[in-house]
Design a protein around this ligand. Structure first.
Ligand code: ZN
Ligand code: ZN
Length: 215
């Protein structure tokens, strides 16, 4: 599991996460990505140390030497933010396992047609966090987005013409992106998908089914 993660949290998301400003669903996607991604974990520690220094100094435009030293000290001993323990090959990162109550075998999948399965972890207002399982080689219906969609790959990989996304990669689909993710051959692609608003499907059938599937 040493493949390189190439798609990361944006600065805005990372900063929002550090500040505790993200809603629960987006925060879960961020926490899950961070638990798989050394690079974002380091960035987060730096942001937290700097944020602490700014708060300590009271004036963000005049950081005192003391505050800076404190920040550097905090950097030297970053809070033990949990990287995934290597003892067991978990598929689901810890923040997701906490919602599921276990790893993949504990997920209560529901078929949503065409071999796709989903398990809704929770929904809060318009935002929903769900696990998706796309059979190897299969496509998700082409769709656009009414809000932001974050997709974190946990197993397998998908390709949506924008790029390829493998384990740990996070796709941030903005409002106007229309895409059709296709799972790579080999194994089912399992993702955490977080949406801030219902998806917009282009084909008639998924559109008719949408109210029933809750997607
Ligand atoms: Zn990252
Ligand atoms: Zn999408």
């Amino acid at each position: 599991m040493t493949q390189t993660i190439r798609h990361h949290l944006s600065d805005a998301l990372l900063t929002g996460y550090a500040a505790g400003n993200l809603n629960e669903a987006v925060s879960l996607a961020a926490a899950a990505h961070i638990s798989l991604c050394d690079e974002c974990r380091v960035h987060l520690s730096m942001l937290e140390a700097l944020g602490g220094a700014l708060v300590d100094s009271g004036d963000p435009f005049a950081m005192t030497d003391d505050a800076l030293n404190t920040a550097l000290l905090r950097l030297a001993s970053p809070k033990s933010r949990s990287a995934e323990p290597k003892s067991r090959p978990w598929v689901l990162p810890k923040p997701i396992r906490d919602y599921v109550g276990g790893d993949l075998e504990a997920v209560r999948w529901k078929a949503v047609g065409a071999g796709l399965r989903q398990a809704i972890l929770f929904s809060r207002g318009r935002s929903v966090a769900r696990l998706l399982s796309i059979p190897a080689g299969q496509a998700v219906p082409e769709h656009g987005h009414r809000g932001m969609e974050l997709t974190l790959v946990l197993q397998g990989a998908f390709d949506d013409k924008v790029d390829r996304f493998g384990r740990g990669d996070l796709e941030i689909a903005a409002e106007h992106l229309e895409h059709q993710p296709v799972a790579e051959p080999g194994e089912a692609c399992i993702c955490l998908a977080v949406t801030d608003a219902p998806l917009r499907f282009n084909a008639l059938l998924p559109r008719l089914l949408q109210p029933f599937l809750g997607i």
